[in-house]
Ligand binder design. Sequence first.
Ligand SMILES: C[S@@+](CC[C@H](N)C(=O)[O-])C[C@H]1O[C@@H](n2cnc3c(N)ncnc32)[C@H](O)[C@@H]1O
Length: 232
Amino acid sequence: MTAFKPGDPLTINRLYGRSSGHKLRQGQQELVEGLLPQLAVPAQGEISARALFGDERPLHFEIGFGSGEHLAYRADLLPDHGFIGAEPFLNGVATALGHIRDGALRNVRLHMGDALEVLRRVPDGALTMLYLLHPDPWPKARHAKRRMVNDGPVRLFADKLKPGGELRIATDHPVYLEWTLMTMQRHTDRFEWLAERPRDFLEPVGGWIETRYGAKSRREGRRPYYLRYRKL
Ligand SMILES: C[S@@+](CC[C@H](N)C(=O)[O-])C[C@H]1O[C@@H](n2cnc3c(N)ncnc32)[C@H](O)[C@@H]1O
């Protein structure tokens, strides 16, 4: 288990974005008050498949799920797997709750807040898949420490994934792409990049749908890149 010391990059608060936007509609407010407490990850203790779902099913974790389309799609595709999503943005959480209700998804648990806080409580080697889709790019060099892809979090990702598990990262930002490739290059003892040809990181594969942000990026003429790493 990774030890956390003051000054460790993991102890830097990574919640810099907005946590709420426009006022919730009444139906969304009801979901936040009624459904979210039923699906919320417990505030304390270990976050294992057994603790959340009462069995040993494969566990997936999505960091910053936005409005939850990808999370809901994956959970619907794999009903026997368990999904944990973390997102601090209230309006995104409310939209995700709508997808969970509409899809009658029983295999999703949510945390409204910092993903790393919750990820630390997942037992080492417990995750089958970890998704980090279009993390905030923090393109200025002076904000680089705020990026979710950094040595501290990447070590945490490696600890939490089981051997053979997969880390999926999407970004449309050239600075973040280069930063991610360089950062992951420092962790080749724990992760293997699965790309064999350029096409492998230009198209999503293996049940990987485009997120809301990814679709917007494409509409605006940018290109999302898709990186897959296998945990060794
Ligand atoms: C650019 S958006 C992408 C959203 C979604 N993944 C998509 O592709 O549509 C980045 C998201 O990361 C979330 N985020 C930022 N810091 C976070 C943190 N520490 N833990 C979890 N989510 C975080 C933001 O609230 C935002 O929703």
